[in-house]
Every structure is written in C-alpha cells, then in structure tokens.
Design a protein around this ligand. Structure first.
Ligand SMILES: NC(=O)C1=CN([C@@H]2O[C@H](COP(=O)(O)OP(=O)(O)OC[C@H]3O[C@@H](n4cnc5c(N)ncnc54)[C@H](O)[C@@H]3O)[C@@H](O)[C@H]2O)C=CC1
Ligand SMILES: O=C(O)CCC(=O)C(=O)O
Length: 612
C-alpha cells in the first residue's frame, strides 16, 4: 500500500450535508478528482474538489463534496478511501507502521466517517467552576514545541500563501508576481515567471471614460496595446471597438449589455474602475467566460466626505446664496437655515460608504439611524431601524447609499417622500434609478422637502459638455429651476486620491487575470488562485478551463491533463459557471496546441486559456 498517512478534517463553515476530505498519498501524483469523476458523475455543484499538490512526489487533495444520499456516503467509505486512493481507514489491518503522526495539526476524528462537529453533545457537562488565578511558570528556554512545516502547507489559498518567495505584494513597482514587467529584486531562481497566452500575440486593451493614468501606465508597462478614450462611446461605436479587444476598462457610464458583449468575441476580462457594476450584465459575461473586476471601496471615503459637505450646504442653503451673489444679489438671511448639530441623519444602505458617513456625521454632533437589508453592526452610537418606514419618519436628512438592484429601483417615490418629515432633506449619491425624480420635484415644489442633493441621474451624458438638458431627461429644466437643490455631475468618487487608487487596483487585477488567470476579487466568477509559476519551472504550463457547472467535467478534463504531471490544481464554481486552474509540468511547446484543442472540444467548454 503506497499511502503514508490519511486524515479527515471537517470544517465548520461547510454546509451540514457537505464534507471535506483531505488525504496525503505518496503514490505518484494521482488525480483523485479524475478518479472520482470517471467513476461517478457528481456535479461540481455538489462536489467541488480543490486539489493542491505540495511536492512532486506527494499530493494533498482536499475535496468539498456533498452527500445527499446513502449512495454517496457509501462511495466515500468504500471507494475513495480503500480502493482507488489506496488510502487506509484508521485501524485498518494494513496500516503501515512508517508514520502515524499527522503531518501537521490535523484532526483525527473519534469515529471513522463521523463529523465530530455534528456528533451528539455529551448529555452531562461538568458544572462550571471558576479556578483562582495562579502564576504561570516561565518555560525552560529552548523550543518548547517545534512544528515540522517544511512543506509550508496552508489550507487557505491566500495571496500571501501563493506568492512565490521574493514576490512583493505591497509595492506594486517592486514587482507583484504576474503584474510587473518581471523586475524582481531577489535572485532569479524562484522568481515568478511572466506567463503569456499561447494563442494571442498582443493583448489589446480599450480604456474608456478617462480612467486614471496610474492605471493606464500599469497596463502599458505590460506591453499591452492600450487605446485610451476620455468618454464612453455610443453603442454602435462600442460594438465596433469591442470586437477586437481582450480587455476593456470602463467606469459607470458604459453599458456592457448582453447585446454589446455578444460581439466581444476576444474579450476575456472587464475592469470597472469604480464601485458599481450594475452597468455590466454580470451573468451574461460569466456565461461567456468573461471575468469582471471592480474597486470595491477605493472611492468610498470621497463619497462620504462629499455627502457631509452637502448636508451642511443644504442646511445653510449655500448653493442658493452662492448663486445669488454670483448674479450680484446680496441676500443675508437666517430663515430656514440650520446647524446640523443635534439633527438626525438617516442612512439607507450601511455599507462601505454609509458606515463611513455615519462616523463622520456623528463626530459633527448628528444622531444616526440607518436602514439596511442586512443586520449590521452599528458604529458609534448609530442605531439600525427595522424598516425603511421607520427611517423615513425619523430623519431630518436622508442619504441613500444602496446599489442599483431591482429592489432599489424607485425606492424613494411619491409615497416615501410623503412619509418623510416636513422640511427634511434628501441626498442621493448612489444611483439615479433609486429616486423617482419627478416625484421629488413635486415634493420640493410643495414645500414638503426643504432641499435635495443629486449626484446621479437615470440618464447621464457620455462625456463632459452641455448635455444636461431635457433631451437627456425630460424633467431637467424643472430640476434646474428649484431652490436649494445641489446638482453635481456624478462626482462622488471623483477625487485625485480615489481615482489613482482605483486605477492601480483595477489595473493590477486585470494584469493578474490576463497573465496568471487569477480571479481573486472577481465579482462574477468563483475566486481561484494558485501560486505563481517560477522561472525554475521552464516546461510548466498553466491551464485555465472555464466551463459549465455540470456533472462529469473534471473527469474529462483531468483525463486530458493526466498525460502530464499536475503540480497543482484548483477548481470552484459559482452558479452556472465553474473555473478550473491547473499547473502541469513536462509539457513541450509543440504539445500545447493539442492540449488546448482537446479542452476546447469538450462540450462543457466556455473558454480555455493556456499560459506558459
Ligand atoms: N456617486 C458616486 O460617484 C458613487 C456612487 N456609488 C454608489 O454607491 C453604492 C453603495 O456603495 P458602497 O457603500 O460601497 O456599497 P456597499 O455594497 O458597501 O453597501 C451597500 C449597502 O446597501 C445595502 N442594501 C442593498 N440593497 C438594499 C436595499 N434594498 N435596502 C437597504 N439596503 C440595501 C447592502 O446590504 C449594503 O450594506 C454603490 O453601489 C454605487 O452604486 C459608489 C461610489 C461612487
Ligand atoms: O467615478 C465614476 O465614474 C463612478 C463612481 C461610481 O459611481 C462608482 O464607483 O460606483
């Protein structure tokens, strides 16, 4: 029997009917998932193996799978452990004597095949007693406990774990693996290797909406062909351009609909240089094997600060006073002007922006209530209210910080405006669809609402210019003629700090995806990552296979990969789409095309990428 050891670990974060099994085998790199797949057709939905190889002659496969019926449990017991894995159940007669020590801090359960987390608790517990405090004697000098960790094992596929030695994550220019122009400060040996797609000469990038130059530089430094435009494009021009490119970078205005994306035959990745991703058909993109990245919080402080400025400006009617004086009118009044101290701010959506706003507003003496669909921890003395109605009735200022979803469309309509306090204020720095603007115009004209600040609109111009007219939105004139209303051109996140941070963050995600296939941070794909291939591994190839999440795929894929040594592999699924990444060795350049074609020919294929 070839096995050295086996163990089971059970993870409390797994579903009740899901099990994780890990095994170490000294047998030649055995594609356990392949065996699993070939013999049984569990769907990756119910069986998603993650396989990590830790050395060339030993492998640590970890499987998460569900067992919804006896059949699957039986399979686990009899087939996986005893037959094809060549592994031993504890207490088995042929348990080898060579090593019974778990390799790391592994858990050996009391009963084979029983999840200790689900085992019945003891019926009697020792009664709790408090022991008196006592001094702890210092340990004798020297290593009290040594952990043999020469394999650097971790079950957490994090950046830190997967970064190769010498790779620096913190400083971008220092050479993030797969991102920099391969400028590594350490020795060449062990340094991350810059991978290239086998079937693509130049990576073509289209950047729209004036994304920050820091980001543009990162992409150019990779040698990509970058086209940079200051505005977004009308749909027909967008379709013409998107046909050719592998990467597109946008902000909030460019609508990447199913129609537009269906022309994007070479597109592999979309970068949203902003927080919101509602402008992209995320599901359709995933179904085409197109990953989408954004910058989830880099401009959130800027939005929170803008909102603070607007609350004070509305309370003091600053916009009107300033306009009057620009036109030569001196109008020194205090009627209807207030301090914000002691007033109540109602925040709708207590996420990255809403929660920062909460802290800033409280520090200026406001009371904070918030409404969110999630039960969230309050910061400071803020208080979560159970319903939107409670918030509407209790706040002097209401600020919206929700994403655009079907539920948030017209979230503030005539009925909600009516429920607000007389003389209260509304601020919308989220998305234009969240407020019914004609209803708001009516509420301001009637005197119900004392003022409003709007940064976002149902239709926004593609670029800067004289476009904010009734042609864009039919009520524009009415809005412009109201008193105490601040209108800004979607500048919530438009600060130097936010834009350069977003530029760097999103460009790095794009480069990592293009060069290494890493999906960490993707908003529409499962998150998959492996440590970088290094210069020490010249004949290694990274295979990325994005496929339909249907039964039997891994068996077929691994049958194709199985002619080579699979050094490491990870797969995960999200909805209908699954993402497999595998590093295989001993691949001759001439074999790559065949490998790629074999994967392409599988009916489950969404997209195949081979990087070497
Ligand atoms: N004006 C601008 O320039 C900017 C606008 N935004 C917009 O602000 C939105 C919020 O940004 P973040 O705070 O970073 O997002 P976030 O995702 O951190 O927070 C959103 C919060 O809204 C909550 N939420 C979702 N649906 C809800 C509903 N129906 N009712 C109540 N709460 C709901 C969520 O649970 C979450 O806590 C973005 O989605 C984006 O559309 C973001 C950045 C800049
Ligand atoms: O700065 C932009 O273009 C968009 C900002 C925004 O709305 C977002 O980040 O979601």
């Amino acid at each position: 029997m070839a096995s050295l050891n086996n163990f089971f670990s059970f993870d409390s974060d797994l579903d009740v009917n899901r099990r994780r099994v890990s095994a170490i085998s000294s047998s030649p790199p055995l594609l356990a998932s392949s065996i699993f797949r070939k013999s049984f057709t569990f769907s990756p939905r119910t069986f998603s193996p993650r396989v990590y190889s830790i050395a060339s002659d030993s492998a640590l496969p970890i499987f998460d799978y569900t067992y919804e019926d006896k059949f699957a449990e039986h399979f686990y017991d009899s087939f996986l452990l005893e037959q094809d894995f060549g592994l031993l159940s504890p207490g088995s007669e042929d348990t080898p004597t060579i090593n019974h020590t778990p390799p790391l801090n592994l858990y050996n359960p009391p009963y084979f095949n029983e999840n200790p987390l689900r085992a019945n608790p003891p019926t009697t517990y020792p009664s709790p007693t408090m022991t008196s405090a006592k001094d702890i004697k210092p340990r004798i000098a020297g290593p009290a406990r040594t952990v043999s960790n020469s394999l650097s094992l971790s079950t957490s596929p994090t950046f830190a774990f997967h970064s190769p030695p010498g790779g620096s994550r913190g400083s971008f220019s220092g050479g993030y693996p797969g991102v920099s122009g391969a400028s590594f400060s350490g020795s060449v040996s062990g340094a991350a290797k810059q991978l290239k797609p086998f079937d693509t000469k130049d990576i073509k990038v289209l950047l729209l909406e004036n994304v920050n130059l820091a980001g543009v530089e990162i992409l150019k430094n990779q040698g990509y062909q970058v086209e940079f435009l200051k505005s977004s494009l009308p749909e027909d021009e967008l379709i013409e351009k998107i046909r050719d490119v592998h990467v597109i970078g946008i902000r909030s205005k460019t609508k990447l609909t199913e129609r537009v994306l269906s022309y994007a035959k070479h597109l592999i990745v979309i970068g949203c240089f902003c927080i919101g991703t509602n402008q992209v058909d995320l599901q359709f993109a995933a179904s085409q094997g197109i990953a989408v990245f954004n910058s989830p919080f880099s401009n959130s402080r800027s939005v929170a600060e803008l909102t603070i400025g607007e609350i004070i400006a509305l309370a003091r009617q600053l916009g009107d006073r300033s306009n009057e004086l620009h036109n030569g009118t001196w109008n020194k009044v205090s009627k209807g002007c207030w301090e914000i101290r002691g007033k109540t701010l109602g925040i709708v959506g207590y996420g990255h922006i809403g929660s920062q706003l909460s802290v800033l507003a409280e520090s200026m003496g406001m009371s904070i209530i918030y409404y969110d669909i999630l039960n969230l921890m309050s910061l400071g003395t803020a208080r979560q209210v159970p319903t939107l109605d409670d918030l509407l009735a209790g706040a002097d200022f209401i600020s919206l910080h929700v994403p655009e979803t079907p539920e948030t469309k017209n979230m503030i309509d005539a009925k909600q405006l009516e429920q607000m306090k007389d003389g209260s204020y509304l601020l919308n720095n989220s998305r234009g669809s969240v407020v019914n603007i004609p209803a708001l115009i009516h509420a301001i004209k009637s005197g119900k609402i004392a003022g409003a600040a709007l940064d976002v609109y149902p239709n926004e111009p593609a670029g800067n210019g004289d476009y904010f007219t009734n042609d864009l939105n039919p009520w524009t004139d009415d809005l412009q003629n109201l008193k105490n209303i601040i209108l800004t051109p979607h500048i919530g996140g438009s600060t130097e700090e936010a834009q350069s941070a977003i530029g760097v963050e999103v460009s790095q995600s794009l480069v990592r995806y293009v060069n290494e296939g890493t999906t960490l941070g993707a908003v529409n794909m499962p998150e998959v990552n492996l440590r970088s291939l290094t210069l020490d591994e010249p004949n290694h190839v990274r295979v990325i296979y994005i496929h339909k999440n249907v039964p039997g795929v891994l068996g077929r894929v691994n049958a194709i990969l199985g002619d080579h040594n699979v050094d490491k592999q990870m797969t995960d699924s999200r909805g209908e789409v699954a993402y497999l990444m595998a590093d295989i060795s001993d691949v001759k350049e001439a074999e790559i095309k065949h490998l790629w074609q074999s994967l392409e020919d599988l009916s489950s294929r969404i997209r195949t990428r081979v990087l070497y």
